[in-house]
Design a protein around this ligand. Structure first.
Ligand code: ZN
Length: 48
């Protein structure tokens, strides 16, 4: 195995763009991490 860097890169199932890890900044879910599409708000696909 040559994988020095492990990227848990996720791909948007809707548009195929990479997902980015975001953190909820406010609200009842503040601090919760989720994967959001990098095309947001064009694509609003979200993964937990
Ligand atoms: Zn997307």
């Amino acid at each position: 195995m040559d994988e020095a860097e492990v990227h848990t890169q996720k791909i948007c199932p809707k548009c195929g763009k990479p997902m980015v890890l975001r953190t909820v900044k406010s609200g009842s879910n503040a601090g919760h991490e989720f994967w959001g599409c990098s095309s947001f708000p064009k694509c609003r696909c979200i993964l937990d």
